[in-house]
Design a protein around this ligand. Structure first.
Ligand code: ZN
Length: 125
């Protein structure tokens, strides 16, 4: 198991593959980002500031807000993924049904080279 440094856990990036949610630590009241997938009622969280494990207690008001944020973030991510999947479905239909053969590729290359030769000839002439 790899341990992430405090900087890795706190880096805000728009290119993350998962939804992040800001979690407040009840021990040191520090804020850190956690994968929304892991932020669930009675789930465990690890604070990178004081390095303490704590349980996400849904009876706590601040934690309840964090849990709601995580849920919303998960939902947004799911919607976005579904959107992406919908566009992916169109791709195989547009792609050629038969596998590309090496001979086809070579023939296409030959034609391309001939055409390029013709272009240079014309330029010279
Ligand atoms: Zn802490």
């Amino acid at each position: 198991m790899t341990t992430l440094g405090a900087n890795d856990r706190n880096r805000t990036s728009t290119m993350t593959t998962y939804a992040l949610v800001s979690v407040g630590c009840p021990h040191c009241s520090g804020q850190f980002l956690e994968n929304a997938k892991l932020v669930r009622p009675d789930g465990a969280a690890w604070c990178p500031h004081c390095e303490k494990l704590f349980t996400l207690d849904a009876s706590d008001q601040a934690t309840r807000r964090t849990l709601a944020e995580a849920k919303a973030a998960r939902r947004r991510r799911k919607d976005r993924l579904n959107e992406l999947r919908a566009t992916w479905k169109d791709v195989p239909a547009a792609a050629p049904a038969k596998p590309i053969l090496m001979s086809d590729v070579l023939r296409a290359l030959d034609e391309l080279l001939l055409r390029l030769d013709g272009m240079t000839e014309r330029k010279r002439g």
